[in-house]
Ligand binder design. Sequence first.
Ligand code: AMP
Ligand code: MG
Length: 351
Amino acid sequence: MKKRFITEIIRVNARKPSYAIIRKAANLIRKGEVIAFPTETVYGLGGNALDPSSVSKIYKIKGRPSDNPLIVHIADMKTFSTLVSEIPPEASRIISKFWPGPITLVLKKSKILPEITTGGLNTVAVRMPRNNVALELIKESRFPIAAPSANISGKPSPTNASHVKDDLNGKIKLILDGGSTEIGIESTVIDMTQRTPVILRPGGISKESIEDEIGKVHSHKSLLGLHRSTTNVNKSPGMKYRHYSPNAQVILVEGTEFNAKNKIIELTQKLKSQGKKVCIMTTSKSLKVNADKVQYMGKTLEAIARNLFANLREADKNNTDIIIVQGIQYNKAGFAIMNRLKKAAITSIRV
Ligand code: AMP
Ligand code: MG
């Protein structure tokens, strides 16, 4: 039988976390446990990145395939230099501009990292988060912390402590509750081992901002394909797995505001007549549609990103069958948002 825990949830001040709470959490990590904690992107499920047994617990708890490597979180540059074997000049420029912050660099790894942490690759993904709970926890643990998002593999990432509880109650000892995360989608992952760096996952820092800093970067060609069209990609192993998906089926509708609204109304009518429970996620306040639930996604790209996963989880409640999501623009933060929606969707309709 699987080990069950009483999951303790401790509220912690995200700006100035209490030392006693951080110490309690860090002690669990030092003992080889894994715990959930907030970062500025989403909640992480963290354990000692240098300890294969801690890392294997992370994979097991999430149900994550073992060839999908983890991001290693650090709080200082001295630890960073122990994890990587080469730091190209462009990587240093990204680090000075964006760390601590929501961008993860893939670099050649050093020998101290166990294979399990990097999924057997000769590279490692590293990031310094910008959330004080995360930073203090890493410092107090005195280990780099391997942490994927604190959700069951394949589900939308958690952006508050109750999302983590919904997925992992009884499976971990502690959730540090630092409130809702600031950015709401995961970090940008960029492969710095190529002559021209390649974005493997768009995220909290946009391609445009990276290019302002280091010039041309490529986006991996699979980023805007539906999940099904990317199943053969193995550049970033995470790309081949189903992702961000609620239990309901997600249908993405893209096009001009006018066309998208009409299509959403038409689809909803059809699905309702088949007895389906339908929830809409829209950026249009004026959409009048006879659905079971209509959720407004937000006005700015930042707000849409911040609430995206919470909206997907909310839309999924009460046995929703179908979630119809209105697409948004592809530039700036829109690129990362559309990437998540494409991977969550079973189909995407352009009108
Ligand atoms: P998550 O842990 O869910 O935030 O996802 C981390 C993402 O980074 C996944 O898509 C991984 O496949 C990717 N990743 C982690 N390490 C590497 C690496 N060494 N090379 C390429 N991609 C990586
Ligand atoms: Mg994840």
